[in-house]
Ligand binder design. Structure first.
Ligand code: SF4
Ligand code: SF4
Length: 284
């Protein structure tokens, strides 16, 4: 079973829920941190990293000696990663490539009528894998200045072992990296907090999950702060509220020290086990 933990925005306690859920399930657990822009689950799980692998995407290398400046590559690039300046009034033409916009889709080399484009690898990040106790762990990290998280996320997800219970910590927000992360999930836990901003972002995340047709439920963090509107929304939309985590100074203190709740306060373990059982009950 693949369980993703997501939130419409950062800072809602998504990693806390993912980490404590993984630590509460007995064994055969895999944890993937797909927040490639800012992975932080390792701070809590403290995995021993055994392997590191670079992530590359194929990008075009244009041979200007062969290029006829026809502009076909620019036309087919939906990401505007290529500009073509045709020759004029005795001036040579020029093709310009903007690597940070390139998604490595291969269209430009495929459609170039002159065979002037070949693909070369460009490193965009790395994947680290290892173990946190009995939990198999993997996370990825984009290189500084890189913006293309989905290829790194796809690489992390290649490590999925379907025979395990897989817990995936998703990136915050509702954009491409989140969609890439959520694909293939059997269930998604949406972590929110009961504030107007939290509710707004929860509603956006709900829309994404409904489009992806992935079953989901909500965990309300800092549940005793804020208002009733999140409860009313979930009730109206028939969304199960799976768990409420209270705002407690001791939880915040443990978090700030990088200590998972269930390690600092083992009495919380049964709540996370119940969360897992509720999810399993909804997936079967
Ligand atoms: S498609 Fe090929 S020939 Fe045409 S502008 Fe691009 S690189 Fe040059
Ligand atoms: S590989 Fe795709 S995204 Fe990159 S420049 Fe070519 S067409 Fe654009």
């Amino acid at each position: 079973m693949i369980i993703s933990v997501a939130s419409g925005k950062g800072g809602t306690g998504k990693t806390t829920v993912a980490v404590n859920l993984a630590l509460s399930i007995n064994d055969n657990v895999q944890f993937l941190d797909c927040d490639a822009e800012e992975p932080n689950a390792h701070i809590f799980l403290k995995p021993e990293i055994k392997k590191t692998a670079k992530v590359f995407i194929p990008v075009p290398k244009i041979d200007e000696a062969k290029c006829a400046y026809c502009g076909r590559c620019r036309e087919v690039c939906v990401y505007n990663a290529i500009a073509v300046i045709p020759p004029s009034a005795g001036r040579k033409g020029k093709t310009l490539f903007f690597p940070n916009l390139c998604h490595g889709c291969g269209s430009c080399s495929y459609f170039c009528p002159e065979g002037a484009i070949k693909e070369v690898n460009r490193e965009i990040g790395e994947i680290e894998t290892g173990y946190a106790g009995s939990i198999e762990f993997a996370h990825g990290r984009l290189n500084i200045g890189e913006a293309m998280a989905p290829p790194v996320i796809r690489e992390i997800k290649k490590h999925i072992k379907t025979e395990c219970t897989v817990i995936i910590d998703a990136p915050p927000g509702t954009s491409c990296p989140v969609v890439e992360t959520l694909k293939r999930s059997d269930y998604c836990v949406l972590v929110t907090e009961p504030t107007p901003f939290g509710l707004n972002d929860l509603m956006l995340a709900v829309e994404v999950l409904r489009k992806l047709k992935i079953p989901f439920g909500v965990v309300i963090n800092r549940a005793d702060l804020g208002d009733e509107k999140t409860d009313l929304y979930c009730d109206k939309e028939n969304i199960p509220i799976l768990m409420r985590i209270p705002f407690k100074k001791e939880i915040a203190m443990a978090y700030s020290k990088g200590e998972p709740i269930v390690m600092a306060f083992p009495e919380y373990k049964k709540e996370f086990i119940k969360l897992y059982e509720d999810i399993a009950g909804q997936v079967q």
